[in-house]
Design a binder for this molecule. Structure first.
Ligand SMILES: [Zn+2]
Ligand SMILES: [Zn+2]
Length: 571
């Protein structure tokens, strides 16, 4: 399984090219390939063997050639040449909040700084401030960034771990004797960062299945059997597989899904009843294996209702399950529409019609078109004129007898002072207004909080999107008092978004729970920039479920009329 290895090589190529000052066009081609490979749920080696690499969007002749080289040798000529130009440790510097490729090059050329450690030394010695366009303040900021980077939680972001787990599970489904193979572990619980990628396998021949896992996954063997195997993949990530027989399928899935804390509670409950839950079997007092062909029968044997995977963190779910008092978590099928989507009018790549068709195929009643506003020039943000032009096209589309309703909307930029990037008249003409922060991230916590709170006080704003701006594993949240924002949303009767972009998942489950507890409605939206992004709402739903949300907590479970009524009544 070399998907992430190939992704890593292309990612590093893009970053090294960026540092060396290559054209953004070239850099983006490699970066896009990296992102595509990392989110692929097919096995790259199998695609290559079938000669189908070019069927992957964005893979042309050059990328195909290099991919084949990487699959064969683990590297490619271009990568090796770039590594002679810069040591690989220089890439650590790009992870620093607020440090871009140009700064990294200046640090390298000016001071020979080629790693995080070297940078820290140089900054502490006061050498960074001597560089052109640097100063004592910039140097201090760099030291703070290093602190923050070191404090960042580690793990594989779910945006990478889940597709990889799916690809591994798919390969295992093809193994003779395997009856069931599914992603498990942290990705099944929808943890944002996972220590390793996990699959759970049910097979009539567990030993053969484990051997097959070791073959299919490749890499270095860390552990091998009898119920679990683990490897270090060629990309550096750890992958593991739990295997059991069909009569133990429930125990296998539960063991493989975790969490540790949840499993400890189950083990203790089993012990109280004279049972024992060991490895992938539940044993009765005589030491005989209790049949539990699915998770329901396992939980039922312990006298509890089945716990949804997303809640298995020992956060009160065991008590609730014992009292059969678990919440009815929201499901993807509860959604009636998506309230955040971009088109070719700004930085999306689908037309109104293509986006509408993709939403219709998901069975939605409505889709809000929310392109960027004028301040976001890099995304061709809309002026009031282009926004009303788009509005006329949406009216015409809706009048054409289609069974999906497009809502006229916008994702309006929140300026540094909290005012909005479009005049009130423009916003008043819309069905749906999303407000968000895309610039000036370096404000103080107080300034950022006042900015976000002020935006919600506009009578035209319905929801604030990706409220903290974090990217899981790569960008910290803004300095922002989330509790104050939640309080302001509750006061103003405004919604907050769970952005389903797999790298964002913002609000996080934890913050979404707080918001719902404060009575704030949640919108689970995709922020789609392509028709194919709309189904990724499953990531937002996973996050909402982890937050314990029900359909009633989520605004876009409302049918069209009720949603429009809610939107109108905000003004
Ligand atoms: Zn945005
Ligand atoms: Zn957006």
């Amino acid at each position: 399984m070399k998907n992430l290895q190939a992704a890593r090589v292309f990612e590093n190529i893009a970053a090294l090219m960026e540092i060396s000052g290559e054209s953004p066009f070239k850099v983006n081609a490699y970066r896009n390939a990296a992102n595509t490979f990392a989110s692929l749920t097919d096995d790259l080696e199998q695609l290559a063997a079938r000669g189908e690499l070019r069927s992957i969007p964005g893979v042309g002749e050059a990328i195909e050639k290099k991919t084949l080289e990487i699959l064969e040798t683990g590297t490619c000529g271009l990568y090796e040449r770039l590594k002679q130009q810069f040591p690989l440790t220089i890439l650590e510097l790009l992870d620093l909040p607020g440090v871009g490729a140009r700064t990294v090059r200046a640090l390298y050329e000016g001071l020979g700084v080629d790693s995080l450690e070297a940078l820290e030394k140089a900054a502490r010695a006061g050498r960074v401030r001597q560089l052109p366009r640097m100063g004592a303040k910039a140097e201090q900021r760099i030291l703070e960034s290093i602190e923050r980077l070191r404090a960042r939680p580690s793990g594989i972001p779910i945006a990478r771990a889940l597709p990889l787990a799916e690809a591994l599970a798919t390969r295992m489904q093809g193994v003779p004797g395997v009856l069931q193979a599914v992603p498990a572990g942290g990705v099944r619980r929808f943890a944002e960062l996972v220590p390793r990628v996990t699959v759970a396998v049910v097979s009539a021949d567990p030993q053969e299945a484990l051997q097959a896992f070791l073959r299919e996954a490749g890499g270095t063997i860390l552990e091998s059997g009898p119920e679990r195997a683990a490897v270090r993949l060629s990309g550096g990530e750890e992958a593991e597989c739990f295997v059991g027989r069909p009569e133990n399928a429930g125990a296998v899935l539960i063991r493989a899904t975790g969490s540790e804390a949840h499993l400890h509670r189950l083990e203790a409950l089993a012990a109280e009843m004279g049972y024992s839950f060991e490895g992938v079997t539940l044993l009765n007092p005589r030491g005989e294996s209790l049949s539990c062909p699915d998770e329901e029968s396992f939980y039922s044997a312990l006298g509890m209702s089945p716990v949804p995977p997303e809640l298995r963190e020992d956060g009160g779910e065991v008590e609730a399950a014992l009292k059969e008092n678990l919440p009815a978590l929201i499901q993807t099928s509860d959604l009636k529409g998506d309230l955040h989507a971009h088109t070719v009018f700004s930085d999306g790549s689908g037309t109104l019609e293509q986006m509408a068709e993709a939403a219709r195929r998901l069975g939605y009643e409505y889709l809000a078109i929310t392109d960027h506003s004028q301040a976001l020039t890099v995304a061709r943000g809309l002026t009031p004129e282009r926004l009303s032009e788009q509005g006329r096209l949406i009216d015409a589309f809706n009048a054409s007898g289609t069974d999906i309703r497009l809502l006229k909307g916008v994702e309006v930029d929140i300026r540094p002072d909290g005012s909005l990037d479009l005049p009130d008249e423009s916003l008043a003409a819309l069905d749906w207004v999303v407000a968000s922060i895309h610039s000036h991230f370096a404000l103080s916590r107080q300034e950022m909080t006042e900015r976000a709170v002020r935006a919600l006080s506009s009578p035209y704003v319905h929801v604030q999107a990706h409220p903290t701006g974090r990217l899981i594993g790569s960008r910290d949240p803004h300095a922002l008092d989330v509790d104050a924002l939640i309080e302001a949303a509750a006061r103003a009767g405004k919604a907050l978004e769970i952005n389903s972009y797999p790298e964002r998942l913002d609000l996080s489950a934890e913050n979404a729970r707080k918001a719902a507890d404060a009575g704030v409605k949640i919108v689970v939206s995709t922020d789609s920039h392509h028709p194919a992004h709309l189904p990724k709402v499953s990531y937002g739903i996973g996050t909402a479920r982890r937050a314990g949300l029900t359909a009633g907590d989520v605004l876009n479970t409302l049918p069209l009329d009720a949603l429009l009524e809610w939107a109108r009544s905000r003004r």
